[in-house]
Design a protein around this ligand. Structure first.
Ligand code: ZN
Length: 498
């Protein structure tokens, strides 16, 4: 065993400072999307750019590289999953990756992302894609410079994907998506939509919020460590393992705000249950975006649309909204909640059509990166794919290409992780139920702790110790496999016609 003492402490000190700057950025971004008045945008873009540049400089400092070199021996003598070996390994990977990108470019990407976000809001307000277009052109130009920093690569998109999904290649996504598309397009075309009028109406936002909070508290949200705030595009943000911020948008006309709360809870829970020892180190986060989405989609869909779950919660929803649900039977409510019907908006999509929204965005991102679709051509290309895969037509650009925030800020390469995450969610669910037995009986009795603790033990507590393919292998005993997910979706559709 080498003498880690002072050198490892010095490494933790440096990594702690980087983490502090990154978490401070998260807090500024959270504020930007929840509280900041619009005219704060230009100054906020500068503040975020400065923090990003400082974090980048600390994260690429030659002294840090030298320290990581000196600590190489740690990985040979300590178990790979030990705290020390994991910190050194993950910090080195981050260091080597960051070193490829000049801090000026990093700061410029952050600034452009922040200004792009504001332009996206303005474009939506004015229903005018032209407001966002120059920002998108700028983003793509910066993305090319960013990708060029990572040569050689097999596929330019690999570089963007790796930021969200370490170890995954564009070709892996393509093969999973080809199978999803081949099976889901005909499945969706054959589904007869059920009557879901009971989940459309006028549901006061305050009642929806109250109900959502009751569900989340029952699932494990603790007010000493969590907050729920309003935003335009819901997200979750962790400032630390005990400062979890989730956001929501409750629209009066339907219950999608509740489901998106359940989604963000999954993200928050993941960060909340990371081993507290990893605080202020690079291990203090989920394994990847797909693993994150596996958690959000597990709680939103696999648990959140489940009959047993609603056997417990539906009476309370009825109490809060008696005029709307007093006369609606649980079975009818569940059929409406699990309705399958193509729609224009991704975030409102049912579980079966959802992956097709992702496939089309993945294809468009690749086309934009390759220059096959220019930002000016994007609105029409977007609508064309919606028509082709889902047979629907947006009424305007706000409903169409401007519906998602991702292309305005810095999230190219993120979309695939929603669908990959859904695949992982069902694999994890299969494993959890084989180990924990009848979770439906527990859910119907309001007991969700067994699943939550199983996820903590097997997935959450490990943070970034394992790369996604290794973590998946450890938990489910096999690689990424869309088979169980497709079977699960097939069963969903079959249940609707019974
Ligand atoms: Zn999510």
């Amino acid at each position: 065993m080498p003498d880690l003492g002072p050198r490892f402490d010095e490494l933790l000190r440096r990594l702690g400072e980087i983490s502090d700057l990154e978490q401070a950025s998260s807090l500024l971004s959270w504020d930007e999307e929840t509280k900041m008045p619009p005219l704060g945008a230009p100054a906020r873009a500068e503040q975020l750019a400065t923090l990003a540049r400082l974090a980048h400089e600390l994260g690429t400092a030659p002294e840090l590289g030298a320290l990581l070199e000196e600590l190489r021996g740690v990985e040979e003598v300590l178990a790979a999953e030990s705290f020390e070996a994991s910190v050194v390994r993950v910090a080195r990977r981050d260091y080597e990756k960051k070193r490829r990108v000049p801090s000026e470019l990093r700061a410029e990407m952050t600034r452009a992302g922040s200004l792009g976000y504001r332009a996206w809001l303005d474009a939506r307000e004015a229903s005018d894609f032209g407001i966002l277009r120059p920002h998108l052109e700028r983003r793509i130009e910066l993305m090319h410079r960013y990708v060029a920093c990572h040569e050689p690569y097999d596929d330019a998109y690999d570089v963007l994907l790796d930021d969200h999904e370490p170890g995954m290649r564009t070709a892996d996504v393509e093969s999973v998506f080809a199978r999803l598309k081949a099976e889901l397009v005909p499945l969706v075309a054959a589904v007869e939509p059920v009557d879901d009028s009971c989940v459309h109406g006028d549901f006061p936002a305050e009642r929806q919020r109250e109900f959502s909070l009751e569900v989340l508290h029952r699932w494990g949200m603790d007010d000493r460590a969590w907050r729920l705030d309003d935003t335009v595009h819901p997200f979750s943000s962790n400032i630390s393992v005990s400062d979890i911020r989730i956001t929501a948008r409750f629209d009066r006309e339907d219950l999608t705000g509740i489901l998106s709360c359940l989604h963000e809870f999954g993200h928050g829970l993941y960060e909340r249950q990371v081993d507290a020892q990893y605080t202020r180190t690079p291990l203090q986060a989920g394994a990847s975006s797909s693993f994150h989405e596996s958690q959000s989609r597990l709680w939103e869909n696999v648990v959140g649309r489940r009959p047993s779950t609603w056997r417990f919660f539906y009476p309370r929803l009825r109490e809060l909204l008696p005029a709307e649900f007093g006369a609606v039977a649980l079975e009818d409510f569940l059929r409406a909640l699990n309705r399958v019907a193509p729609s224009v908006r991704r975030v409102d999509a049912d579980e079966v059509t959802y992956p097709l929204h992702i496939v089309l965005r993945f294809e468009l991102e690749r086309a934009m990166l390759a220059g096959d679709v220019t930002p000016a051509e994007l609105p029409e290309a977007f609508d064309a794919k919606l028509r082709e895969y889902l047979g629907v037509e947006p009424e305007n650009v706000v409903e169409g290409v401007l519906q998602d925030v991702h292309w305005s800020d810095s999230n190219f390469g993120y979309f695939p992780t929603y669908a990959i995450g859904s695949v992982i969610a069902v694999q994890l669910w299969g494993r959890a139920t084989s180990e924990l037995g009848d979770l439906d009986a527990q859910f119907a009795g309001g007991e969700f702790a067994f699943l939550r603790e199983w996820l903590r033990e097997n997935v959450h507590r490990w943070g970034r110790v394992f790369e996604p393919p290794e973590l998946l292998e450890r938990v489910v005993g096999g690689p990424l496999d869309p088979g169980p997910y497709l079977a699960y979706l097939g069963e969903k559709v079959a249940a609707l016609s019974r």
